[in-house]
Ligand binder design. Structure first.
Ligand SMILES: *Cc1c(COP(=O)(O)O)cnc(C)c1O
Length: 515
């Protein structure tokens, strides 16, 4: 049957440029998205099916002849009886309830929420890579092992630290792994070093990893310029010092210009320097942790090298260490013997940190990212990330001032303290209201050294137009009635959850907003 085309006249379409941009409409959850109020069980109708099977043309076998009776469930599972379009619409709508890099600008500081190229998704799914079973023998998985070997080599090169383990599942586990490596190294040398030091701006995972690895944690005070205070650091260093953990650029988005001197101070007392590599996006191809004195580092492949990492995962946190620490790395590492790739466990390995070869899916995306860009492309990534951050910082500096430093690296930390003082509007109010304006919020209240902190990391993948629109949204928010801001967001199904309870006691069951 042919369907006549609908008649479209100039009057029947709304011209895009005729729509007022300005303030977003206040939407009720149900207008915005039906799944905010419905579970898939609400859509069920008894007997409704997504597919109909042809009648069976083989004789029935009683199930208990095929399976032991005590393994049978007794009754069918209570699955919702729904048609395929119901399922597709339900889950597609559900997927849009969260903001993501694919739907919105996402300047979440420290998290490097850059765009994840779809090309890498496609390449990482090549059957020769994705269909390899981890229990296949190395002889049978040479293609995948060659890619992972090359990834080890590239990560070693970018770090300036040649020995690499792809095992850790995320940055935090990379930190923990490297600290176990350090502990094994000191134990091997007969040294009893108990202390791990870190600046007060450190990411919370740093002290947590150190404590988990059995070290005593020592936090340095905050210096006025936001950088490590060398005198204070020196006063803590002795033959009990194991590791100094430092993020460079640091979490204020400032390059620790004295990092080589800091490393020297640590090495003078026999300690090691750990570089938290979460901020590598600022320095790729420009400088290397190994060149400024770091002995160990982790990468966050999901941040710096584009693994999609919204919603809590997945991650990949390879570590790179100096030659003399390579013997302690977790196994297996991938080694090359002529044209053959093999799995090996380093002689004094701390053991396995994760199953098989690490989080291969994310490593592959990172691999293709690195191969796509090459050295010049990587350098351009960092240059543009830094340029974008400084551009946005300047656009906002008069309303959300940055206390530390005149220039930032790939991110900066603004403060809403002045607007809080003048109008009672907090960093949280601005962050929440941004969701109504169609932007993901920046990181707020971290690092702790900045009051009413708003940590913004635009990344290199955003256009000037996006940064301009974001800055304009913040400016218009700051002019809104504070009452509207205190209760924002108004257009999301959930407005202000108890964030601590949501993290510590997550309720993973569907719950209607009215209950
Ligand atoms: C993200 C981050 C970490 C932790 O990395 P995960 O991959 O989330 O475990 C550690 N340090 C800094 C500075 C970070 O931004």
């Amino acid at each position: 049957m042919s369907v006549p085309p609908a008649t479209i006249t100039a009057d029947s379409v709304t011209r895009i440029d005729a729509v007022e941009p300005s303030v977003p409409p206040e939407r009720t959850p149900s207008m915005r998205n039906p799944v905010a109020t419905q579970s898939i069980f609400d859509l069920a109708v008894p007997g409704r099916r997504s597919m109909l099977f042809p009648p069976s043309d083989v004789p029935d076998s009683p199930l208990d002849e095929l399976l032991p009776a005590d393994q049978l469930a007794g009754s069918p599972p209570a699955l919702p009886e729904v048609a395929e379009p119901d399922i597709v619409r339900h889950f597609v709508n559900l997927s849009t309830l969260n903001m993501s890099v694919d739907t919105h600008f996402y300047p979440l500081g420290s998290c490097t929420m850059k765009y994840n190229p779809k090309r890498h998704e496609r390449l990482a799914k090549l059957p020769g890579l994705v269909d390899v079973h981890p229990y296949q023998t190395p002889e049978d998985s040479q293609g995948l092992l060659s890619v992972l070997y090359e990834m080890q080599e590239m990560l070693g090169e970018i770090a300036g630290l040649p020995a690499v383990s792809l095992q850790p599942a995320a940055g935090a586990q990379g930190e923990f792994t490297a600290l176990l490596v350090a502990a094994a190294y000191f134990r091997d040398r007969g040294e009893n070093r108990t202390k791990v030091l870190f600046p007060s701006s450190a990411h919370g995972t740093n002290p947590a990893s150190a404590a988990l690895a059995g070290f005593e944690t020592v936090q340095l005070g905050a210096s006025a310029d936001g950088l490590v205070d060398l005198d204070e650091l020196a006063s803590h260093l002795d033959d009990q010092t194991a590791v100094f953990m430092i993020t460079n650029p640091n979490t204020l988005g400032l390059f620790e210009k004295d990092v080589a001197r800091i490393s020297q101070l640590l090495h003078d007392v026999g300690g090691l320097v750990y570089i938290d590599g979460a901020n590598m996006n600022a320095v790729l191809g420009i400088t290397r942790p190994g060149d400024f004195g770091g002995d160990m580092m982790h990468y966050n492949v999901h941040k710096t090298f584009t693994g999609p990492h919204g919603g809590g995962g997945p991650g990949s946190g390879p570590i790179a260490v100096r030659d003399f620490l390579g013997d302690y790395l977790p196994g297996p590492v991938i080694t090359r013997n002529g044209d053959t790739f093999e799995l090996a466990t380093p002689p004094k390995s701390v053991g396995r940190m994760r199953t098989f070869f690490g989080n291969v899916g994310i490593l592959l995306r990172g691999y293709f990212y690195l191969r796509t860009l090459g050295p010049d492309g990587l350098k351009a990534v960092s240059e543009n990330a830094v340029l974008n951050a400084n551009y946005l910082r300047v656009l906002l500096n008069d309303v959300l001032p940055v206390k530390h430093g005149d220039l930032c690296m790939h991110e900066f930390v603004s403060s809403a303290a002045p607007v809080k003082k003048e109008r009672g509007v907090t960093a949280m109010d601005v962050a929440k209201r941004l969701l109504d304006h169609g932007f993901h919020a920046p990181t707020v209240y971290f690092p702790l050294v900045v009051p009413e902190a708003m940590m913004m990391e635009p990344t290199e993948t955003e256009s000037k137009a996006t940064l301009d629109a974001f800055a304009a949204a913040i400016r218009s928010i700051l002019e809104e009635d504070p009452e509207v801001l205190h209760t924002a967001p108004h257009g999301t199904p959930v407005s202000r959850p108890d964030e601590v309870a949501a993290a510590r006691k997550p309720s993973l069951r569907f719950c209607r907003p009215d209950r």
